[in-house]
Design a protein around this ligand. Structure first.
Ligand SMILES: Nc1ncnc2c1ncn2[C@@H]1O[C@H](COP(=O)(O)OP(=O)(O)OP(=O)(O)O)[C@@H](O)[C@H]1O
Ligand SMILES: [Mg+2]
Length: 349
């Protein structure tokens, strides 16, 4: 019996590990941006210096921007590994770096960006900005880097002077590095990359609401396209199919013994949207956490009850509270209407 218990614990622990790294979904957005980026890479490959095109992916928090660019970058490199295994031979470790991924930090300056790339490529980071820039450009060429991903570009210093300099720096890299540059961020339309005036007015909360960018357009605005990534909506047949498809791909990956096949996909897709406000982060977290709970509690199935018992992030719970509040007010209003229509038992009214 003890032996059985220990074995079950081991099995459950490894299933928890598995669920905690639940598969990522190749959503229609991931597929769309993969095509865009692959085409950009091809269009830029032999383009003369100074004319390279880039892409900015703009979207509110937690819609999956970082995950998306990492998935695409990883796939791009994996394809290269398959096609050119000799370039990745162990003795050439670090000599060929087709993808560079840099996650920017708050108030980052142009010099810090160069240092981050230098660190990624393992070249010295001492000296002036110009020295580091020279080393970085040489290293990018020597390492055969084709794709540079800047994640969280909204962290570029937005003060007038530094904002302008950051903008010039990205343009400098796009001009001189033989690479395609992809950036992600929140409210990039107002960032110094796309408008010289810097941000005006309050920060937008909803990326689907477009506000006019301030100030004259910059040179990066002339080379980079800006495309939006937003949360899943249920406002058309197509968008419903897309949402249900994502749920299905996550549900298929579950390792639970008594989970009713396709129950999330068929019965709970609308509930899952209400719980998460259409956020892939919320959906992934809810399914991951429910799977772990189903294992811990021995129910071995993700049911509405299990999902109801999970507390998601503050933002998701706050949005869900609005939905449940609206629903209960509608129920109360309908009940009120019916009471008015129904004649009173004593014949009055
Ligand atoms: N394609 C996907 N499939 C499954 N889960 C995903 C996918 N994309 C994102 N997620 C989930 O959403 C979480 C948040 O995603 P991510 O960090 O990429 O969002 P983000 O838009 O970069 O957010 P932020 O603006 O806060 O940086 C991930 O940790 C992952 O759990
Ligand atoms: Mg991110």
């Amino acid at each position: 019996m003890d032996k059985d218990d220990a074995e079950r614990r081991r099995l459950n622990r490894s299933r928890n590990r598995y669920h905690s790294a639940l598969v990522l979904a190749w959503t229609p957005a991931v597929q769309h941006f993969e095509t865009e980026i692959t085409e950009l890479l091809a269009a830029n490959e032999m383009a003369p210096p100074g004319a390279r095109l880039g892409l900015l992916i703009d979207g509110p928090p937690t819609v999956g921007k970082s995950t998306l660019v990492k998935m695409i970058g990883r796939q791009f490199e994996q394809d290269l590994r398959e096609d050119f295994p000799e370039r990745f031979a162990p003795e050439r470790l670090g000599a060929y770096v087709p993808v560079v991924y840099i996650s920017l930090t708050d108030q980052v300056t142009p010099k810090q960006i160069s240092i981050a790339i230098a660190r990624y490529l393992n070249v010295p980071t001492s000296g002036t900005k110009d020295t580091i820039d020279d080393r970085v450009l040489t290293a990018l060429t020597a390492c055969g880097t084709q794709l540079i991903i800047f994640d969280d570009l909204h962290f570029l210093d937005c003060s007038l002077k530094e904002g302008r300099a950051s903008n010039d720096h990205i343009k400098f890299l796009a001009n001189h590095a033989p690479c395609t540059i992809i950036g992600t961020g929140v409210d990039l339309e107002d960032s110094p990359l796309l408008s010289e005036g810097g941000p005006t007015g309050p920060v937008k909360r909803n990326a689907r609401v477009k506000a006019p960018a301030s100030g004259p357009r910059t040179q990066t605005a002339g080379r980079f396209s800006r495309q939006e990534l937003s949360a899943f909506a249920l406002d058309s047949k197509r968008s419903i199919v897309e949402w249900v498809g994502v749920i299905s791909s996550l549900e298929k990956a579950l390792a639970l013994y008594r989970h009713e096949e396709k129950s999330l996909t068929r019965q709970h897709w609308r509930y899952l949207h209400e719980r998460t406000n259409g956020s892939i982060a919320g959906l992934h977290a809810l399914i991951r956490r429910s799977a772990v709970r189903a294992v811990q509690q021995g129910t071995e199935a993700i049911t509405r009850e299990v999902m109801d018992s999970i507390v998601l992030s503050y933002a998701h719970e706050r949005e869900y509270a609005k939905v449940t509040d609206l629903k209960s007010r509608m129920v109360a209003r309908n009940a009120g209407k019916q009471n008015k229509q129904r004649p009173a038992a004593d014949g009055s009214a």
